[in-house]
Design a binder for this molecule. Structure first.
Ligand code: C5P
Length: 213
């Protein structure tokens, strides 16, 4: 049986991990799961269903979650991102989300050669034994500027300072929480995208991967 290619990526917000994960998925024909979107979806459910929101409500929604649902544009807003990073520190919520992620990571549909997941606890919890582990980062001002440009197209009232503040807040939540904090594991390869173009960054990752494949 062919060995599946498994790629695990962790990164702080807006460091370019999603872009690289998509390029990796396309090049090596892997299933791509942006795990942040699942937490964003739950954050969105909380905002929209204040009264109904509880663990069994979330479990029901996640049990029938499809990859299409998490592509919804309403999940991109900053309000949803902040809500996601708050609910993401809840142990029970993380447990509910883990089953879905594990299935994508270890049992991707047969048409794929494997999977690539990005998030905050992929290298440390979800895909500890992945063949490739990357920690992608960039300096905070670069990240804020990139996210600001993205968000500006869906909300022209947003300011750079708001985005910077929100990213700082999420970094604080994600790096310092007790359960599954964001960290670079010893066996992850550090990629700093601050001064790299999308293409040169992908080239670097591809070189690392091709050496082992
Ligand atoms: O990656 P993205 O910015 O969309 O993630 C939104 C939030 O979801 C993050 O700030 C983080 O708190 C949470 N998250 C997480 N674990 C993951 C992916 C995302 O806690 N694996």
């Amino acid at each position: 049986m062919k060995k599946l290619i498994q790629v695990a990526i962790d990164s702080p917000a807006a460091a370019g991990a999603g872009t690289q994960a998509k390029l990796i998925a396309k090049h090596y024909n892997l299933l791509y799961l942006d795990t942040g979107k699942i937490y964003r979806f739950i954050g969105y459910l909380k905002i929209k269903n204040k009264k109904k929101f509880n663990y069994s409500f979330v479990k029901k929604k996640i049990d029938k979650l499809s990859l299409k649902t998490i592509q919804n544009k309403s999940l991109l807003s900053d309000r949803v991102a902040i809500e996601a990073s708050i609910i993401a520190s809840d142990k029970k919520i993380r447990k509910i989300v883990n089953n879905f992620q594990t299935k994508c990571a270890y049992k991707p549909p047969k048409k794929f050669n494997g999977s690539v997941l990005d998030g905050r606890d992929i290298t440390s919890v979800i895909m500890k034994k992945a063949m490739f582990k990357f920690f992608i980062t960039a300096d905070i001002k670069t990240r804020a500027l990139r996210r600001f440009k993205e968000l500006k197209s869906i909300n022209d009232k947003i300011s750079y300072d708001d985005v910077l503040k929100s990213i700082k807040k999420r970094d604080k939540n994600d790096f310092s929480r007790k359960i599954s904090p964001l960290k670079k594991t010893k066996d992850s390869i550090l990629i700093n995208t601050t001064n790299l173009t999308k293409r040169s960054c992908f080239f670097k990752i591809k070189q690392i991967m091709d050496k082992k494949l």
